[in-house]
Design a protein around this ligand. Sequence first.
Ligand code: SPV
Ligand code: MG
Length: 433
Amino acid sequence: MKSVYIAFSADVIHSGHLNIIEEGAKLGDVTVGVLADVAIAAYKRLPMLDYETRAKLFANLKGVANVVKQDTLSYAENLRALKPDYVIHGDDWKSGVQSSIRQEVIDILAEYGGQLIEIPYTVGVSASEIERRLASLDRTPDIRRGKLRRMLKLKPYVRVMEASNGLSGLIVENTRIEVEGGVKEYDAMWVSSLCDSTFKGKPDIELVDLTSRINTINEIMEVTSKPIILDGDTGGKIEHFVYTVKTLERLGVSAIIVEDKTGLKQNSLFGTDAKQVLDEPHEFARKIHAGKQAQTTRDFMIFARLESLIAGMGIDDAMMRARIYLEEGGADGIMIHSRHKDGSEIIEFMRRFRAEYADVPVIFVPTSYNHFTEEELCEIGGNIIIYANHLLRSAYPAMVNTAKKILECGRSKEVDDVCLSIKEVLSLIPTEN
Ligand code: SPV
Ligand code: MG
């Protein structure tokens, strides 16, 4: 009996998959390589069903003899171990992001005389309809809320971009580039107090109230599916914070970050140029604890944001507070903030923090120390990396330049090449049917 290997990442099995298995079974014993959750998370949306469930589904299909786990997008390890006579795949991977994976399969098969069989890939109407329905399920509060915790388990780090309205939410949702073997995109959205306030022409001093922040969140949520982390400023009074947590949780927000300041909150990037008053640490821990008690799901996360370095209080103070917020408050993780350009205080803090807390999720907002790559930040212990304000900051100069140019020229013809065409604007947001 010949052997056949077919890899699948699908959540929903449709006629296209069954066809491939049927063709495979005509040739020999079919082993299905079911992609591990981490392998899927690395190149497309998180699987709806976890590995164990998907493996069980495939194992029970007619024509499938065995199921094995495929830990990576690359087939290399399984092909070298199993040496199947045939690998079967749809012909849709000849071009695009999977073409390098395909080439590797061809090269490995050539090592021992195996054969690649590609069969025409036909996605039926029903399959695309299933995909469409799955995508809309992805936006329901329960599924959306839980995504951040799942990502923290499945990804080396979570890449987050600021989203401040429906349109920038769509940019974060849809921007992707093709890279070797897959695509690269943002994992989640940051609803920044600085950007939400600035877009409204207001200072970042907790002046934009919770009702307005929630309007922003709803606007973004209506058109996107990625998890949302809210910049919760100081979280306000404890008695109010518990209601905030319940509201956010109900909406499907994944996490709130609250900072350990008190009094009139000033943006951290002012550093000590503004008056930055830190809260009494046990009092702040009490706020976090009350929030954790108020939440009803296990998914929602509360991060304690340490402002010691911003307020010039040093690493010892930050460590002391981190312990209190985690031990007494029960925070799900911390955010350590710094406005120093060289990043040395972040590195030193992380060296000490990781020695005590190996697994607690840590968030970085590398606005100042932005020469570090994501990989380097992950290396020093970061789990969530937030680009906190870059869409706002790039949009503003573009708008001011256009406004000036039209004044200079007395007409708008000269800005044609920096503007989207009207045709492009009209097709930017398709009408749903
Ligand atoms: C924000 O984006 O509002 C933040 C991050 O809180 S920072 O502006 O760096 O304080
Ligand atoms: Mg803020």
